[in-house]
Design a protein around this ligand. Structure first.
Ligand code: ATP
Ligand code: MN
Length: 538
């Protein structure tokens, strides 16, 4: 049945305790695609992409993400409900169980690396239970050349066993799934979940500890691209705010869509070798580059297809978080290698479901630091049938679940870098306009792109009071005009047609900002605190 048994295997996994599994090493993407189909673990979409279901989990599970508390991490990690401690003993025991589980399986193993800048390169070996997870690894990490593979000596290992279920009581986990980082053994152990994002975010989290602690380099949850003039732009933001969408722009070269480092040699480098885009409501017209990247080699996750393999991107039966992963080379206009100069512009993206933040505004250095520490976006949650209300969501550094150190550490580094590089920082609301969720509408992608392009082309210089207006609540500089955008869209209050409702809602949000910032007050200078909203509800 399984012809992969005949394929040559060229590595031993004995040092991991894997002594008798059948190892498929460094298979080509075509082979992995084929094996997935043969094993009936996926279907081929009409675009040629492989479509899989990730199983019980269709997103990350932050409550099941642990860090081993040991000599390396003890004093450095910011232990909290984000960075949950795990004992070395429990880790060793669970590791042995996972290895025993994998030992009689067909395994898919890949050597690859993270960090496009070779001074920071991290060599990784990933051991997957499923062939399509290994294709994800091919897509998302950097692919070594044959030459680079010759003396490949993996520093970190990812052990990925989606079919292994932990016994919470015995194993010390919360439930049957887990993602655990061990900095002493340099292992990311992922089990009980087939969601591929856990693999990529596991390595990201490891780098978010290693780079600042050992290499004085700032890791960032952001996308990046570079213009014809060679200037780099960064886009920070929480999930769904537009990092992937806005950085993928035919007129600019893509550096990367999610994870970057900013080093001390005035450069920004991608950690990854691929993109992981949301595909909910994807359309060829609005997002042609991402649409075009969905072809043979790409993996669609949790989408619904008809009998002919045609995907219905509007169908959220399985999840809202439908995704596609593809290697960077599926995008035409990419920067090679994935490195850019110091950024000239940084965008903080937020999907403000209250609809009160301006669609674009410029931040002072204090405001930039304040908003980076706050990491605001909004979620929309149903309360009772038919009633939906925005809920503010704050995630420090626009990526708290992946940041093992205290947020102040990353914020200090970013503030210093922003100062040294003289970068301009913009707050972009890709969320609602004309009212909150339920009343207003989502900002048109076309307008957001126009605002960003205006900044990048130098058409949004805010020089005098005629050019901008200081928002009376948030204190940010709101441009009065912008090429390609109707003027009234630029002022959220104007789009509401109800001043009282607008200010009441704006104060709701500023109160949430103030409440959230309390836990950082002890770490923030007077200057950073001044960067917060100017007015609050009484
Ligand atoms: P993640 O960290 O989970 O990868 P992300 O920041 O990369 O998230 P995107 O994948 O870019 O987020 O998702 C943004 C979603 O919002 C897309 O589905 C996009 O089509 C949609 N969208 C709608 N309006 C806008 C807008 N004005 N700007 C940006 N995205 C928009
Ligand atoms: Mn993304």
């Amino acid at each position: 049945m399984n012809n992969s048994k005949n394929r040559p295997t060229s590595i031993s996994l004995e040092s991991y305790g894997i002594t008798h599994a059948n190892i498929n090493y460094q298979l080509s993407p075509d082979d992995l695609h084929q094996i997935t189909l043969e094993r009936k673990m996926g279907r081929e979409a009409s675009s040629g992409a492989l479509a899989v279901n990730t199983g019980e989990f269709t997103g990350r599970s932050p409550k099941d993400r642990f860090i081993v508390r040991d000599a390396i991490t003890e004093d450095k990690v910011w232990w909290s409900d984000i960075n949950i401690p795990f004992t070395p003993e429990k880790f060793d025991a669970l590791y042995d169980k996972v290895i025993a589980y994998l030992n009689d399986k067909e395994l898919y193993v890949r050597d690859c690396y993270a960090c496009a800048d070779h001074n920071y390169r991290m060599d990784i070996r990933v051991v997957n239970e499923y062939p399509w997870s290994n294709l994800f690894v091919y897509n998302m990490f950097i692919r070594p050349t044959q030459e680079e593979l010759k003396d490949f000596d993996p520093e970190w290992t990812v052990i990925n066993a989606p079919g292994f279920m932990a016994d919470a009581k015995e194993d010390g986990t919360r439930q049957h799934n887990f993602a655990i980082l061990n900095f002493t053994r340099k292992i990311a152990l992922v089990g009980g979940t087939g969601y591929t994002g856990e693999i990529k975010k596991g390595i990201f989290s490891a780098l978010n500890f290693i780079l600042p602690v050992e290499k004085n380099t700032l890791p960032m949850h952001c996308s990046a691209n570079v213009g014809k003039d060679g200037t780099t732009a960064l886009f920070f933001g929480l999930s769904g705010t537009g990092k992937t969408t806005l950085s993928t722009d035919a007129s600019r070269k893509l550096i990367g869509d999610d994870e970057h480092g900013w080093n001390n040699e005035n450069a920004v480098f991608n950690f990854e070798g691929g993109c992981y885009a949301k595909v909910i409501n994807l359309s060829k017209e609005k997002e042609p580059e991402i649409y075009g990247a969905i072809k043979k080699g790409a993996i669609l996750e949790n989408v619904i297809m008809d009998g002919n393999g045609v995907v219905d991107f509007a169908d959220t039966t399985i999840t809202q978080n439908t995704r596609v992963s593809y290697p960077l080379y599926h995008i035409e206009n990419v920067q090679r290698p994935s490195i850019g100069k110091n950024p000239k512009n940084i965008f903080f993206l937020t999907a403000d479901a209250f609809g009160v933040l301006p669609p674009i505004s410029k931040l002072t250095p204090s405001q930039a630091a304040y908003h980076f520490i706050s990491g605001y976006t909004a979620k929309v949650a149903g309360t009772e049938a038919g009633v939906v209300e925005p809920i503010p969501s704050f995630s420090a550094c626009f990526g708290a679940p992946f940041m093992p150190l205290h947020p102040a550490k990353y914020a200090e580094m970013l503030s210093r870098k922003m100062q040294d590089s003289g970068v301009s920082v913009w707050l972009v609301n890709t969320g609602w306009t004309g009212g909150p969720y339920g009343v207003g509408t989502r900002m048109k992608l076309q307008y957001t792109r126009a605002m960003i392009n205006a900044v990048l082309n130098g058409d949004l210089g805010l020089y005098s009071y005629d050019d901008y207006h200081i928002h009376s609540v948030f204190g940010v500089a709101q441009p009065r005009t912008c090429p390609g955008v109707p003027t009234d869209v630029l002022s959220p209050r104007t789009t509401w047609n109800d001043d009282k409702a607008y200010y009441t809602t704006a104060f709701k949000l500023t109160n949430a900002f103030r409440e959230n910032f309390k836990k950082f007050e002890a770490y923030a200078s007077e200057e950073i605190r001044r960067g917060g909203p100017q007015r609050y509800a009484f």
